[in-house]
Design a protein around this ligand. Structure first.
Ligand SMILES: *[C@@H]1O[C@H](CO)[C@@H](O)[C@H](O)[C@H]1NC(C)=O
Ligand SMILES: *[C@@H]1O[C@H](CO)[C@@H](O)[C@H](O)[C@H]1NC(C)=O
Length: 349
């Protein structure tokens, strides 16, 4: 009996010791973690990380930097920037970030290897700049981002005026791999669309005279969407093998020339319009105010632009290299290139 009691006591002691050790480990870990991050007071480090993917192409790196600056300056959220470039530009991207106010951001520089696109792009578009390999990065999100389920992708020609957390909180319907902004979503943009003679339906992107396109059974008057702002679910993306599907439609275009190449954004947009047809969630329209680069004359009202959460200069007229509308809204986020290579407004200088 005495022996049993003794054993019980020893067991109890062991249990208490173990608990103490677990507790100690927890506390200890907590304190080292705090010291590592050293942003001291903020409980922010415990918040979910928001991964934002942006491409930084050699000729227009200033665009990506301005976009990143605008996002970072307008949120308290824990944003991790994935800045994507091709091999020989990576060190320049790093320098720009580390030698400017952007040194405070959390970022990863990721190399995109254009070899994955071999044989998948037609070389004959009217706007060769649209064929830049980085335009296709959005097709490969799960290969670039591994540890996050929900991801934001943004084109480089955007400025974010709202809190990116709001965009990140966009609800995706179960079974949808992505959310986009519909091209018919906002009455206030219809005027713009009409006045610049733009198409906002599938007809503008797919050649409906081709049998392969007809066989899709998509109505040509379906509203298109703009894949310059994407909120995506990587689990669902992989599950539906979206990347493989997009590659298939790139390849088919090489063989059969299925896409209208006359309209801006066509090359990367068309495969997405096919693959995501009827299977995407919506982004709040104010989170994707578009077409600022379509014309040098058509403008939105200042009041409307103040309400906008995200501005997109899609189209030919970019705020950094020629005349564009609402350039001031872009320029205030611009960060000069520490290496001096990138210059604003080549036109008027
Ligand atoms: C963490 O920081 C505190 C005060 O800043 C310091 O006293 C402590 O030694 C640090 N702990 C570690 C593990 O570095
Ligand atoms: C992503 O998709 C998976 C599979 O459908 C689902 O279980 C998960 O809840 C989704 N996550 C988000 C953040 O929507």
């Amino acid at each position: 009996m005495a022996l049993l009691r003794k054993i019980n006591q020893i067991l109890l002691l062991l249990l208490v010791l173990t608990l103490c050790m677990i507790l100690y480990n927890k506390v200890h870990k907590g304190s080292t973690l705090k010291n590592e991050t050293d942003d001291s007071e903020s409980p922010e480090e415990l918040e979910e990380e928001i991964p934002v993917v942006i491409c930084a192409a050699a000729g227009r790196m200033g665009a990506a930097m301005a976009a990143i600056n605008s996002i970072y300056s307008n949120t308290d959220a824990n944003v991790l920037f994935y800045v994507i470039g091709v091999k020989n530009t990576l060190s320049r991207i790093r320098k720009w970030i580390e030698n400017s106010k952007l040194r405070e951001i959390k970022f990863k520089i990721v190399e995109f290897n254009p070899l994955v696109l071999k044989g998948k792009i037609r070389p004959d578009a009217l706007r060769p700049e649209l064929l830049h390999p980085l335009n296709f990065v959005r097709f490969y999100l799960p290969l670039l981002i591994q540890k996050h389920e929900k991801v934001i992708y943004l084109d480089d020609d955007v400025i974010v005026q709202g809190d990116i957390q709001e965009l990140y909180d966009t609800k995706l319907t179960l079974g949808h791999a992505a959310a986009f902004s519909d091209d018919c979503d906002l009455p206030s943009t219809h005027e713009m669309v009409r006045s610049v003679g733009m198409q906002n339906t599938y007809m503008g992107y797919l050649d409906f005279r081709k049998k392969t396109v007809k066989d899709l059974g998509i109505s040509p008057s379906t509203c298109s969407f703009n894949p310059g702002v994407i909120v995506a679910n990587m689990t669902e993306w992989k599950h539906q093998r979206i990347t493989k599907q997009l590659e298939k439609w790139m390849q088919k275009n090489v063989e059969e020339n299925l896409y209208s190449s006359s309209l801006g954004g066509g090359v990367a947009t068309s495969p997405m319009l096919i693959v995501f047809h009827g299977k995407y969630s919506s982004i709040n329209p104010m989170w994707h105010i578009r077409h600022l680069g379509w014309s040098t004359e058509t403008r939105y009202s200042e009041h409307f632009l103040q309400e906008a959460k995200l501005l997109h200069w899609n189209g030919r007229h970019k705020p950094w290299d020629s005349t564009s509308v609402h350039t001031d809204l872009w320029k205030s986020w611009y960060i000069p290139d520490p290496s001096g290579k990138f210059k604003l407004n080549r036109h008027d200088s």
